[in-house]
Design a protein around this ligand. Structure first.
Ligand code: NI
Length: 181
């Protein structure tokens, strides 16, 4: 196990489309994911995508603790999702604050689909398919964007709402957005 260096905005690995994982059960993939989990917990963050640790592979990990889930929504346990695909369930989008471990010290308001279905594989190669909403849906969309070379500021509609975390006191709605992914 190891805590990995996190790539920051500007590094080319964050701009390229990551490669599909040929064998999710390969020992090297299991080792990478173990290190990603340790890195995410150390940061700490809600999620992490493999390109953020300089591995240009289609792997994301995330969790949504109860304290971060929207009212009435279930938390999400730690999930490893390999070669994920996302499908919006309806056109509705909502604005919400996001941070990113690759864009440190900043937060921004980002539109995301309210409800999505996602599919992927776990470390045993077994299929995962879920329909989710709220923070769970937001985190998955944020992480999967990393696999296509997209960082959240590129999704923002109003760059006046790209702020330093030190100024979050001026944006009460940003409370609870302390964690990045
Ligand atoms: Ni991120």
């Amino acid at each position: 196990m190891a805590i990995l260096k996190i790539a920051r905005m500007g590094h080319p690995v964050l701009r390229r489309r990551a490669d599909a994982v040929a064998d999710p059960t390969a020992p090297a993939i299991r080792q990478l994911v173990a290190d990603m989990i340790e890195t995410m917990e150390d940061a700490p963050g809600l999620g992490l995508a493999a390109p953020q640790v300089h591995a240009s592979l289609r792997i994301v990990i995330f969790h949504v603790p109860a304290a971060r889930a929207a009212p009435g929504e279930p938390p999400a346990g730690l999930t490893v999702l390999i070669n994920p695909e996302i499908e919006p369930l309806g056109p509705e989008q909502s604005l919400g604050w996001e941070g990113c471990l690759s864009v440190p010290e900043l937060r921004g308001v980002v539109p995301r689909y309210d409800r999505i279905r996602y599919r992927g594989l776990d470390l045993d190669g077994a299929a995962i398919e879920r329909e989710v909403s709220g923070m769970h849906a937001r985190v998955v969309q944020h992480e999967c964007d990393h696999l296509d070379g997209v960082l959240y500021p590129q999704r923002m509609g109003d760059l006046r709402l790209l702020i330093f975390t030190s100024e979050m006191r001026y944006f009460p709605a940003a409370d609870g957005a302390e964690e990045a992914s």
